[in-house]
Write a protein that binds this ligand. Sequence first.
Ligand SMILES: [Zn+2]
Length: 126
Amino acid sequence: MTRKDAQGRRLCTATTNKGQPCRGPARKGATVCRKHGGSLPEVKAKAARNVRDAIGDLVDPVLAAFGVMLEDPKTPAAVKVSIGNSILDRAGYKPVIRVEGVPALAVLEAWKEDLEAEKLTSSADV
Ligand SMILES: [Zn+2]
C-alpha cells in the first residue's frame, strides 16, 4: 500500500534504523526518498523514465479530451483557441519571433565610426 503525507506526496517505502517506516517523501517516479537511495544515479534515471512513461501514457487521453472539447459547440471559443495554440505550439508551429528596434549592424558600425571620429576630433582640440 502506498503511504502518503499530509500534502498527498507518496512516502518512502524504506524502514529506518529504528525499524520505523521512513517518513520522507519518495522521489518523483521512485519508491524511496533521497536518504534511502533516491539520490543514486540509477534510481534517479529509473525515476525519470517512470515519470516520462507516466506522462506518455497521458498524451493520448489528453488529446482525445481536447478533441471532444473542440467538437463540443458549448466549449467557449477562447478555450478552443487555447487548445489549438497549445497543440500547434507543441507540434512545432510556434509563431516566428521578430526582434524589432535593434539597429542593423551597418548602423552600429556607422555609429562606432562617428564616435571614433568625434574622439579624434576632441583629442586634437586639446
Ligand atoms: Zn526514506
